[in-house]
Design a protein around this ligand. Structure first.
Ligand code: NAP
Length: 315
């Protein structure tokens, strides 16, 4: 930190599963590391009700796994500060400046970016207007506000199908509105949704508008993707799960990325900027699971140790 003149070996940006796992390994590697997280540790785990696909934990609440991850990382010396990282840039002296909203600058020769992503928006009229008034991007956070309501979930991936199932605890009915006639979600989640009597699929429909009164959402204006036929779906709320956009914009300078903006890394998880590593949801890869996030983070933290050792040899 520049305030007291000290620098770190490693700055970890984000404290979701990837960030906490990187912090644990950095601690075990005796690196002087700091982890910066804007909210409570846990990342997407805190927006997930039940985790059933993290090996060794048959079924565990998202918040409970987050708590265990954070405790475990702290046991190995993880130092987690609450602040929002606004910029990461490589200075001419080769160190990264990690600049936060509270105007602190953390300096290190290596950074692991594990900042996750933000939900993709539909970009239709009504979405912004009714955000927090019937439009939501987090079932765990907002589901309980919709007791007895008819809801729509938009999307066809793991998140949409899993969260639709979760929402049936509160809602009287949940429509899954998908733009194709096939789900992208994993088979086990699909089967669970198809077996849930409160879930009804609305295939081949695009949302044109979210319509409501002065208070809340009343219906969705839909368009059939093949025929263009218009229809309305009466709902009291809509949950949008159409993917994530990686939080990679905080890095200054060009970093190799894929079409979705996810950072491309080598087998060490290093990006095209030497010393900048990426793990979890910010990284270009086939799937984004807790297991893949912690796998990335393990590789990245161990690679950082080797990277720093090589830098010292060059000096
Ligand atoms: P995703 O897998 O990218 O799925 C996004 C879904 O939204 C797709 O079905 C897509 O339709 C649809 N979509 C995209 N843009 C749209 C638009 N403008 N209008 C309407 N629909 C649109 O995203 P995700 O479900 O958020 O999952 C992200 C990653 O996290 C995935 O790798 C997923 O496996 C993982 N994840 C895993 C779990 C789990 O294993 N339990 C839970 C949550 C997330 P098309 O299918 O037509 O492209």
């Amino acid at each position: 930190m520049t305030e007291n003149g000290s620098t770190y070996d490693l700055v970890i940006v984000g404290a979701g599963p990837a960030g906490l796992c990187a912090a644990l390994y950095a601690g075990r590697g005796m690196l002087k590391a700091i982890t910066i997280e804007r909210g409570p540790p846990g990342g997407e785990l805190l927006n997930t009700d039940l985790i059933e696909d993290y090996i060794g934990f048959e079924s565990i609440k998202g918040w409970e796994l987050a708590r265990q991850f954070a405790e475990h990382a702290k046991k190995f010396g993880a130092d987690i500060v609450t602040d929002t990282v606004e910029r990461i840039r490589k200075a001419p002296d080769g160190l990264f400046d990690v600049v936060t909203a509270r105007e602190r600058v953390f300096r290190a020769p290596a950074v692991i970016l594990t900042a996750g992503g933000t939900p993709v928006k539909l970009g239709v009229p009504g979405e912004k207007e009714y955000a927090g008034k019937g439009v939501s991007y987090c079932a765990v956070c907002d589901g309980a506000f919709f007791k007895g309501e008819v809801l729509a979930v938009v999307g066809g991936g793991d998140a949409a199908v899993e969260e639709a199932d979760y929402l049936t605890r509160y809602a009287s009915k949940v429509y899954i509105v998908h733009r194709r006639d096939q789900l992208r979600a994993s088979k086990i989640l699909q089967e669970r949704a198809f077996a849930n009597p409160k879930i009804e699929m609305v295939w081949n429909k695009r949302v044109l508008e979210i319509v409501g009164d002065s208070r809340t959402v009343k219906h969705l204006a839909l368009e059939e993707t093949t025929t263009g036929a218009r229809s309305q779906l009466a709902v009291g709320g809509v949950f949008v799960f159409i993917g994530f956009k990686p939080n990679t914009g905080i890095v200054e300078g060009h970093v190799k990325h894929d079409a979705g903006g996810y950072f491309i890394t080598d087998e060490r998880m290093m990006t095209s900027i030497p010393g900048l590593f990426a793990a979890g949801d910010v990284r270009s890869q086939l799937t984004r699971q807790i297991t893949t996030a912690v796998g990335d983070a393990t590789t990245a933290a161990i690679a950082v140790e080797k990277y720093l050792a090589a830098l010292r040899q060059d000096d």
